[in-house]
Design a protein around this ligand. Structure first.
Ligand SMILES: Cc1cc2nc3c(=O)[nH]c(=O)nc-3n(C[C@H](O)[C@H](O)[C@H](O)COP(=O)(O)OP(=O)(O)OC[C@H]3O[C@@H](n4cnc5c(N)ncnc54)[C@H](O)[C@@H]3O)c2cc1C
Length: 112
């Protein structure tokens, strides 16, 4: 059954709004690439951490949260757009198979 793929453009951002922010897919909806739930959980944890570190102040924690959010979600969205293109380009599915084979051959991801 065909399913639509919805996404926000990579690099999507917004101007700060007092007392309001977004997280998870609401902030950075992207084509499935194995990152969305991870990012949503990280967003929630970082937002909570920043708010707890500065009780009584909402503006500074939200600004710090959004600055980090835009950087990491922009990078993940660019990667997800790349994978989406591999799924549908003229050489698909071979291009996607090469992508995953390349990841396997590169070995385990380095420790962060
Ligand atoms: C096919 C597919 C495969 C994926 N695979 C992966 C994967 O392998 N790894 C990974 O990390 N991520 C994956 N994702 C992405 C991941 O599912 C999402 O990024 C993640 O669920 C986002 O979490 P969220 O809490 O922001 O939003 P959601 O999980 O969408 O939660 C939003 C909630 O709000 C509710 N809601 C909406 N409107 C209202 C309203 N008006 N009032 C009250 N409630 C409302 C919805 O019902 C929903 O329960 C995949 C996504 C898809 C579509």
């Amino acid at each position: 059954m065909p399913r639509p793929v919805h996404l926000l453009p990579a690099g999507h951002r917004w101007q700060p709004v007092a007392g309001v922010t977004l997280l998870g897919d609401a902030a950075h909806l992207m084509a499935p690439a194995g990152e969305g739930a991870n990012l949503a959980m990280l967003d929630g944890a970082e937002l909570a951490q920043k708010l707890a570190a500065q009780p009584g102040d909402m503006a500074a924690p939200l600004l710090a949260y959004e600055t980090a959010l835009f950087a990491r979600s922009g990078a993940a969205a660019a990667q997800s757009e790349r994978i989406l293109r591999l799924c549908f380009d003229d050489d698909a599915p071979h291009s996607l198979v090469r992508f995953f084979t390349g990841m396997r051959d590169a070995g385990p991801a380095p420790e962060v």
